[in-house]
Design a protein around this ligand. Structure first.
Ligand SMILES: NC(=O)c1ccc[n+]([C@@H]2O[C@H](COP(=O)([O-])OP(=O)(O)OC[C@H]3O[C@@H](n4cnc5c(N)ncnc54)[C@H](OP(=O)(O)O)[C@@H]3O)[C@@H](O)[C@H]2O)c1
Length: 329
């Protein structure tokens, strides 16, 4: 390793530790000087990519990135009128791109079943899924139509069920990828025995930010479990965090944070960069398969204890029971 790349590695790791610099546009700007090359033009020609939560923010930016690389994008949102408007908008932004609107509430397991069956009837191959749809509740516990805690349903249960149901179409691809858009907020949540006792967050005072961080941690664990349990298949299972990007989600759910950090926030495109790069380049990935700014990152901060194996096992069991879907493609 040359001195240049050693320095780059040190600088890169330091940015991770100094969250403020690493997560903002400063981190993206500096790392772009040494991170791996952009995907080749046309890298996704002939590929079919599903983006959930594609109507705004990072999901919309990722959809544009995939379209520009030649993919057909299935853009999924829960509101049909919004989806139609975004599809029209994307067709004007990337006139050569092929974009298909999809309507499904990923937090509603019945809707996920119905929509997935419909997609499988229309396409025989799917090359990538970006599980990007995300939400944050207030300080009142909300539930999904099936009675699951809402962020668990949207971030974990729905994406898990969708992955399992779309497995046949993913396996028909030569180079399949499934990526979860997690959050750096997941560092604030552990997955230990007491967390596994209360996966549905029923006890104690409910805190929407904590619910978000817990389920973002679960997404990281889930991606790793999918990779481990389906290692016989060539699917790249990964999770990532986008840093801090200026999006409608941040303005709506974290207005104070947005006001304080506004000049430093990344653009949605910068937030989406690694999701586009991962799918287009399919780099080698090692456990725990967690990425940020085109590099694998640790899933715990120094001194923090990693998720406990027993808690991971119980989370996987809960997810399987709640959805009826095993970790099988
Ligand atoms: N921006 C950041 O700094 C940041 C940081 C860390 C992680 N993230 C993650 O990045 C992802 C995108 O967030 P964003 O910042 O771009 O926010 P955003 O603009 O609010 O995008 C979230 C998208 O998810 C959709 N969505 C929410 N619940 C859904 C459901 N049940 N079914 C289908 N779609 C649903 C929303 O649709 P509606 O318009 O219908 O609500 C919206 O289009 C999220 O997973 C978020 O946790 C963002």
């Amino acid at each position: 390793m040359g001195i240049g790349s050693t320095l780059a590695k040190v600088a890169d790791a330091s940015l991770d530790r100094t969250v403020l610099l690493g997560y903002t546009r400063v981190g993206a700007g500096l790392r772009a000087a040494w991170w791996p090359a952009d995907p080749e033009p046309g890298a996704l020609e002939g590929r079919r990519v599903l983006v959930t939560g594609g109507n705004s923010g990072i999901g919309r930016a990722a959809a544009v990135g995939y379209l520009r690389l030649g993919a057909t994008v299935h853009l999924l949102g829960r509101n049909q009128a919004k989806v139609a408007a975004t599809v029209a908008d994307l067709r004007s932004v990337v006139p050569s791109g092929e974009v298909v609107g999809e309507t499904c509430d990923v937090g509603d397991l019945d809707d996920v079943r119905q929509w997935s069956a419909g997609l499988l009837a229309r396409v025989d191959r799917l090359d990538a899924v970006l599980h990007n749809a995300g939400t944050m509740t207030g300080d009142r516990r909300e539930t999904s139509p099936q009675g699951h805690e809402l962020t668990l349903a949207v971030h974990v249960l729905g994406p898990h069920l969708m992955t399992s149901l779309l497995g046949a179409a993913l396996l028909a691809s030569e180079a399949p990828s499934v990526v979860w858009m997690s959050s750096g907020g997941m560092y604030g949540a552990r997955l230990h025995a007491d967390d596994a006792d209360d996966i549905e967050y029923r006890t104690g005072p409910y805190d929407g930010v904590r619910a978000y961080a817990r389920t973002k941690r679960m997404q990281v664990v889930l991606a790793q479990e999918w990779a481990r349990r389906t290692a016989e298949h060539p699917v790249l299972f990964a999770s990532m965090h986008p840093g801090w990007a200026a999006t409608p989600g941040v303005s709506e759910h974290l207005p104070r944070f947005e006001r304080l950090t506004r000049p430093l926030l990344r653009t949605p495109e910068e937030g989406a960069d690694t999701a586009v790069w991962l799918v287009a380049t399919r780099p080698d990935s090692r456990p725990p398969h967690f990425w940020h700014d085109r590099a694998q990152r640790p899933v715990v901060f120094p001194g923090q204890r990693p998720p406990q194996a027993e808690a991971v096992r119980r989370l996987a069991e809960h997810v399987t029971d709640a959805t009826g879907a095993p970790f099988v493609l």
